[in-house]
Design a protein around this ligand. Structure first.
Ligand code: FE2
Ligand code: FE2
Length: 184
């Protein structure tokens, strides 16, 4: 396995959660009602797994390695990816706020949540597409093989220090939700 394979596998897991979120959002739009507990689980997954664990490895390990390999940080794909991570964080913040307001009984909160969730899903889907099909090809081509081995070790240390047991825990949450919404 090379570093981009690890990240591509995580993309598959993130996309699975996006499709659960999409089902919940469309159901909520129809029924004007949603499980707060499931939304909280999804937002935790996004915060811990998608952002801290996955974007964390990209931002602190893969992107700097690409820069070292001669791909400039700004004015190219890395800069765009960083901006999109930031844009995603703004949608997540807005979704969190909307869930709290929905819990508090605010009448517009569900609409607010739905709009931000739809924006987040479409942002992340196209972001992942660009990484899988453009940026990661550059990484495979430009980062020397011996350095790719070092990156794998850096990923391992990052997981151990920053995420620990949460990685598996979040994947269990993903499995539960995929199952719960399988026939929705
Ligand atoms: Fe990314
Ligand atoms: Fe990614």
């Amino acid at each position: 396995m090379k570093p981009t394979d690890v990240l591509k596998n995580e993309h598959l897991e993130i996309k699975e959660m996006l499709s659960v979120l999409d089902k919940i959002v469309e159901k909520a739009a129809l029924e004007q009602n949603v499980s707060i507990e499931d939304l909280v689980d999804i937002l935790n997954f996004i915060r811990i797994f998608a952002d801290k664990c996955h974007h964390g490895k990209e931002e602190s390990i893969l992107f700097p390695a690409l820069e070292n390999a001669g791909i400039p940080r700004y004015g190219g794909p890395i800069g765009v990816m960083l901006l999109e991570h930031e844009e995603g964080r703004r949608y997540v913040k807005a979704m969190n706020k909307a869930v709290e307001e929905y819990r508090g009984g605010s009448p517009n909160a569900l609409e607010e949540f739905i709009e931000n969730a739809r924006n987040y899903i479409s942002l992340l889907e196209q972001h992942i597409w660009k990484e899988d099909n453009i940026l990661f090809n550059l990484a495979d081509q430009y980062i020397p093989v011996e350095y790719q081995v070092e990156i794998m070790e850096k990923f391992r240390v990052f997981e151990e220090k920053e995420i620990g047991e949460e990685h598996e825990k979040q994947l269990r949450v993903l499995r539960r939700l995929v199952e719960a919404y399988a026939h929705v």
